[in-house]
Design a binder for this molecule. Sequence first.
Ligand SMILES: Cc1cc2nc3c(=O)[nH]c(=O)nc-3n(C[C@H](O)[C@H](O)[C@H](O)COP(=O)(O)OP(=O)(O)OC[C@H]3O[C@@H](n4cnc5c(N)ncnc54)[C@H](O)[C@@H]3O)c2cc1C
Ligand code: SF4
Length: 333
Amino acid sequence: MRLPEFSFHEPLTLDQAFATIKKNNGNARFLAGGTDLVPLMKFGLETPSMIVSLKKIEGLKGIAEDNGYAMIGALTTLREIISSTVISGKLPALSEAAMAVAAPPVWNVATLGGNIRQQTRCVYYNQSRAWRLEKEPCFKAGGNVCHAVPRGKKCFSVYCGDIAPALIALDAAATISGMAGPAEVRLIDLFSNDGLSPFTLEKNTIITGIKIPVPGAASRSGYAKLRVRSAIDYPLVSAAASVALDKDSIITGVKLALSAVGPAPVAIDLNGVLVGVRIDTADFTALKDVLPKKTQIADNLALPGSYRRKMLSVIAKKAIMKAAERAAEKETI
Ligand SMILES: Cc1cc2nc3c(=O)[nH]c(=O)nc-3n(C[C@H](O)[C@H](O)[C@H](O)COP(=O)(O)OP(=O)(O)OC[C@H]3O[C@@H](n4cnc5c(N)ncnc54)[C@H](O)[C@@H]3O)c2cc1C
Ligand code: SF4
């Protein structure tokens, strides 16, 4: 599969990047590691007239702890995130989520910003041109049907990012920069929940970094993922949890976020379900009813939707227990 033609630009500053896009007035895409964008271009699913590489722009890389926050540049690679002891020690869900992405060779080039801003996926859409020509174009391809939900009126393509749910459970915000200047947006608010256009960001907005409040000792996080081949695959459902315990192991706060459950990650409020009970006596059965109702799981990934719905509570419990065990360890130190 060959790449289509496009112009290529390597600005050195954010201002240069925006000026380049304005001057060329093209259909631009930003390039970070390219591990999501380039395959989509080869499949003819992304057809930008210009590529603006972010790799030479100063100040978009690195991990620092400052005034109670972990600050991570959007161009930081997953390998750098995985190697950071600040992240593995204090924000373990983020470390685990980065490690769950694809496979080690991908970690060397794939970036945090690119992971968050990756496109939604669907087995009826993420296919070669020849495969797609055999079927009527679906909504996402500019047509009027959905092959995944035959009487559906919208696109149910799935946001399969591993890292966004971890950041949502950790209360993170994204710093962004666009034609209108810089801003800060809660991670969950980046997502539109629309499979056709999954992000709320204005066109040509750059995610410059992520800001995460560093939790106190009593709160820790965990990530769990269902996939067919643990060596490479995208999530079929995944969950990130952040759990706070008091000195008697009673849950004082829990945040849960899910991915691969619809066109956007979903934040679930479990405070009424799990807070106030000891972690070793907590009853997780309510999750079986609560979680599927919050999702839009269809039959459009590698395993049936019915199975993915059943596995939601299993994966969520796994993430919560990982977080709670880590929080309990910190309590006893
Ligand atoms: C075999 C394979 C398996 C994979 N498995 C997984 C998986 O299990 N889990 C998972 O989450 N992902 C997976 N991916 C997808 C991808 O590798 C990761 O999401 C990766 O982190 C994307 O980062 P990148 O820097 O390569 O993004 P790119 O491909 O460079 O960019 C992705 C998108 O984000 C935009 N973008 C990039 N950086 C910014 C920025 N700073 N601001 C605004 N927009 C930006 C680009 O324009 C593009 O639209 C897989 C990919 C492959 C090829
Ligand atoms: S969910 Fe439906 S409309 Fe969306 S990509 Fe899949 S088949 Fe197309």
